[in-house]
Ligand binder design. Structure first.
Ligand code: UDP
Length: 335
């Protein structure tokens, strides 16, 4: 296996493996020195995971988000097309944008046709250009359309994956410990729990997400590798049916599980406070995806895959990982 990345912090434990070579360079550099062409020509499959995937970054540097999620990927897509190499393109469930039900009167919320997200039927609903939030979704959507077009015009073998909030150990960064800025919600809440700070709910925490274990996500990838004919030419939602909850519920559950894992009942009393999107993300034009409910029929019928791991198990594993790595355990022992 050959990888390309500028950083290796999350995969240091894999670097010594006989079957893995990491090139520490950007896609531009790898294309310029020919190592990307060599790797794509040699590979049975190319998996493109590169992107800047973080709502805070959408607000503060949207042009970099668009570049990394769309333009930087184009040489890889073109190479796969030229060399007829199977491309697995990691997209995002964010391409669905807001649900249609969020634009209709209250009763629309009970009509699954208006909010359940199906790869072949659901429209992709982006907000206005002045709301930078949509820079990532629009870039990813355009890349999907480009990949799909090359599949259609030039029979390029491809698979597009739309992940639903994958959670697990090593996800994201913890500000002040291994990164700076504002991470995704999981890491924001973990940081608050580690540091005895309030957990902040953006716009009341009413947005809903479907949480998926990284282990189920990896199983889905393996199912694709096992069934390349079933997987090619397809778009797959990959997520855990039934693991839907509001961000407010997520905060309450994480606080409870963290208190258990750390054997520190005081954590149950940490405040959970409301902030506006503008207070949290700045003036860069924040809007939110209201809801992400997955229709995973495609993955089940073509790949024989469905997610198995429930929310509490996902949160317990992930919180335990962060607690082990970052918590100041002497503080609890002293108390
Ligand atoms: N969010 C929150 N508090 C935080 C961080 C995020 O309430 O400390 C909200 C955010 O506004 C969104 C949801 O949590 O509604 C998920 O945010 P995430 O950063 O994971 O990205 P997304 O799922 O929107 O791509």
């Amino acid at each position: 296996m050959v990888g390309f990345d500028l950083e290796a912090g999350k995969i240091e434990h894999l670097l010594g493996h006989d079957n893995f070579t990491l090139h520490r360079k950007s896609i531009d550099e790898a294309v310029a020195d020919g190592s990307m062409q060599e790797a794509v020509a040699w590979a049975d499959v190319v998996v493109n995971l590169a992107a800047i995937c973080n709502p805070y970054e959408y607000a503060i540097r949207p042009s970099a988000v668009i570049k990394s999620s769309l333009f930087d990927a184009l040489p890889i897509v073109d190479l796969c097309c030229e060399l007829n190499t199977w491309l697995i393109q990691f997209s995002t469930c964010e391409v669905y944008g807001r649900t249609v039900s969020s634009y209709v009167p209250e009763e629309g919320y009970s009509d699954p046709d208006l909010y359940v997200q199906s790869e072949s039927r659901t429209p992709l609903v982006m907000g206005p250009v002045s709301k930078q939030r949509w820079c990532y979704a629009s870039a990813k959507q355009t890349l999907e359309r480009y990949v799909y077009a090359l599949g259609f015009e030039r029979q390029m073998p491809f698979t597009i994956i739309r992940p639903y909030n994958f959670f697990g150990p090593r996800m994201d960064f913890i500000p002040g410990r291994d990164g700076t800025g504002i991470p995704r919600v999981l890491a924001c809440f973990i940081t608050a729990l580690l540091d005895d700070e309030p957990l902040l709910l953006v716009d009341g925490g009413t947005a809903r997400r479907t949480i998926t274990s990284i282990h189920d996500a990896i199983d889905a990838m393996m199912a694709m590798f096992d069934r390349p004919h079933a997987a090619t030419g397809q778009i797959f939602n990959i997520g855990a049916d039934g693991n839907e909850l509001t961000i407010s519920e997520l905060a309450h559950r994480m606080r409870e599980i963290y208190a258990d894992v750390s054997c520190d009942p005081r954590k149950r009393n940490l405040p959970i406070l409301n902030v506006t999107g503008e207070e949290f993300y700045g003036k860069g034009g924040y809007e939110d995806c209201d809801r992400r409910v997955i229709d995973s029929t495609n993955a089940t019928s073509l790949l024989g895959w469905s997610a198995k791991i429930g929310i509490d198990e996902i949160l317990r594993e992930t919180i335990s990982y962060y607690y082990e790595i970052y918590a100041d355990k002497t503080a609890v022992a002293t108390r």
